[in-house]
Design a binder for this molecule. Structure first.
Ligand SMILES: [Zn+2]
Length: 229
């Protein structure tokens, strides 16, 4: 029988990490031999069915790299500057990530929304060179993305209020992102139209304060679990 000293539980199945706290069992006094001797409680995982993604991923990434290189080289040769290729390159990457996030991955909805917001930020950042006024990224585009993401997760949380623990870190992450556009505008000293980004920051902070006020304990234990503290 294996034992996790952190959670004080006995583990009756062959495993390298504690199923509760994810501590590596070999690091805390269980030898590799102990693990080997423990019986399996479930059958070993079989092979993945053929053509289940890995091939698609390889083909997509390979074609994406080839296409990106040819876009960049041809634009550099023709116009001596790379501006518009970035749109095609980031659009192709974005479609791939959308496919992975919303069709093939087993993550839950708040994680998907958070990852999507981060990916969109990167994609939009690559587009700044083709926009006539790049500052609208900070004034309008990013605030709208972060607001919609925060609202989507908040609605999900309210609907799934029975098991909110796992989603709290996601809502805090997107709510923190809500402050980015306004802070960057301030740092860049751009005071054109900052109202939307300011409102986004205020809403994000309100969401954080609300979440922490109601669920401080759960957030703390969730943080500990995530970072193995
Ligand atoms: Zn444990």
């Amino acid at each position: 029988m294996l034992r996790c000293p952190y959670c004080n539980v006995n583990i009756s199945t062959k495993t390298e990490v504690c199923p509760l706290c994810h501590t590596r069992l070999t690091d805390v006094g269980n030898s590799k031999e102990d693990i080997k001797r423990t019986a399996r409680a479930y059958p070993p995982r079989g092979d993945l069915p053929p053509l289940s993604g890995n091939l698609f991923d390889k083909i997509y990434i390979y074609s994406w790299l080839c296409l990106s290189a040819s876009f960049l080289i041809s634009e550099l040769v023709i116009t001596h500057a790379a501006r518009y290729s970035w749109i095609a390159i980031s659009a192709l990457l974005y479609f791939y990530i959308l496919f992975r996030l919303f069709i093939r991955s087993g993550e839950y909805f708040p994680q998907k929304v958070t990852a999507h917001a981060i990916v969109l930020t990167i994609v939009i950042y690559t587009l700044r060179s083709v926009l006539p006024e790049p500052v609208i990224i900070l004034e309008y585009i990013l605030p709208v993305i972060y607001l919609v993401s925060t609202i989507a997760i908040a609605v999900f949380l309210i609907v799934n209020f029975r098991r909110p623990n796992r989603y709290l870190l996601n809502i805090i992450t997107v709510a923190l992102m809500c402050s980015i556009p306004f802070l960057v505008l301030v740092i860049l000293d751009e005071y054109g139209n900052f109202w939307l980004s300011l409102a986004t920051m205020v809403i994000g902070l309100a969401v954080i304060i609300g979440t922490v006020a109601f669920k401080a304990k759960t957030i703390l234990s969730e943080l500990k679990r995530k970072f193995h503290l």
